[in-house]
Design a protein around this ligand. Structure first.
Ligand code: FMN
Length: 354
């Protein structure tokens, strides 16, 4: 099967792959630029950028300054590439981070981990493409209605995350215990049904990007064959030369098998899929890992009752302090056996992209 470019408004991306925004510091300018240079969409994660010292002093300013630096660097490294930034709705500094994306003129903002209901209102006349992330027809409906009523705006594309994705998940624990009850094909059909009247109203079709356990070009082609216009891939890109975490952490991911992947409750208020580590074992036993919270990075996090600080645990991943870290992942990590340059992932696409 030959695959078509992913067309989002006036952007035509030869390889219909979006590299997922992955925090903390997994997906920075090096990874996003390598992917964009290969002819797909590179994406910077906007969460937890900058240094710990800088963040302790001025969290919002530190994040904004370093996001701008990462965007500029990615542009320098991949001047012709298509660049996205992932902004989680759960972030306390959401409005400021979106403001940086607008000022720095990224091509696309991808926004999930909550419903990005206010996103079009933060655009200040910018033409950046807006791509919400959803996991159900119901979430899609709420976004479509709100964007239409408040802003007369239709999403430029939509990322649909299935229950077998990596990281935070927009599903209940019961659904995640029986993922076959919420197949991505069913979610796709529900979302298409919600989109149809709005697509008719605005006179354009919204491209749909499927995400769930894609590790190879073959997996991507299969997902596109289900009726998607493109795919979003996270877990495979953690184990690339360009991802921003320590070598020791990448090696831990490579050694992991699917049986090492578990679900825990995240301080973000959603289930999160991670590798089992000494830290998660302590958390699962009910222990509360003491921490100080100098900044409220997540809107919903209750620092006094949270079992652990997800920011601390993810920064430990960045530095390779593996015992104190959490490792967000998808079950697909069981099929990731090596650390490769991102470009290598795209080689098989050369023969199949139109
Ligand atoms: C290490 C890691 C970090 C992630 N961080 C984010 C994030 O900051 N924002 C977000 O919207 N999604 C995040 N996700 C979810 C991804 O964007 C993506 O949709 C998901 O990983 C796709 O599934 P896959 O990992 O099976 O390819 C993360 C996933 C992983 C594995």
């Amino acid at each position: 099967m030959r695959v078509q470019p992913l067309v989002i408004g006036d952007l035509a991306v030869p390889i219909p792959v979006v590299q997922a925004g992955m925090g903390v510091q997994v997906a920075k300018s090096d990874l996003a630029a390598a992917v964009a240079r290969a002819g797909a969409i590179g994406c910077i994660s906007s969460v937890g950028l900058g240094t710990l010292e800088g963040s302790y002093a001025q969290y919002t300013e530190e994040s904004a300054k370093h996001l701008a630096m990462e965007i500029r660097r990615a542009r320098e490294l991949a001047p012709k590439g298509v660049l996205a930034v992932n902004v989680m709705v759960a972030l306390a500094n959401y409005d400021e981070i979106v403001g940086v994306c607008v000022r720095e003129k990224v091509d696309i903002i991808i926004s999930g981990a909550g419903l990005p209901l206010s996103l079009p209102g933060l655009m200040n006349g910018s033409t950046v493409k807006l791509v919400p992330v959803v996991s159900s027809g119901r979430a899609m409906k709420v976004i479509l209605k709100a964007w239409h009523r408040r802003y007369e705006r239709l999403p430029d594309a939509v990322v649909i995350e299935g229950p077998l994705c990596g990281g935070h998940l927009g599903f209940t624990c019961a659904q995640l215990a029986a993922p076959e009850t919420v197949p991505i094909t069913g979610i796709l059909a529900d979302i298409r049904a919600e989109l149809a009247p709005f697509e008719a109203l605005y006179g354009r079709r919204v491209p749909l990007i499927g995400a769930e356990s894609i590790v190879t070009a073959d997996d991507a082609v299969k997902m596109i064959g289900l009726g998607f216009d493109g795919v979003q891939i996270g877990t495979r890109f953690i184990c690339t030369e360009e991802s921003g975490i320590a070598r020791a952490s990448k090696e831990m991911y490579v050694r992991a098998r699917e049986r090492d992947v578990i679900l825990i409750a995240s301080p973000m208020g959603m289930p999160v899929r991670v590798l089992r580590t000494p830290l998660t074992e302590r958390v699962e036993k009910g222990e509360k890992i003491p921490f100080k919270c100098p900044f409220q990075c997540l809107r919903a996090c209750q620092a006094n009752t949270a079992r652990f600080c997800i920011a601390d645990a993810m920064v430990n991943n960045v530095f390779g302090n593996t015992d104190e870290a959490i490792f967000l992942t998808g079950p697909a990590i069981g099929r990731v056996n090596n650390i490769i340059p991102a470009e290598e992932f795209f080689e098989p696409f050369k023969g199949i992209c139109a």
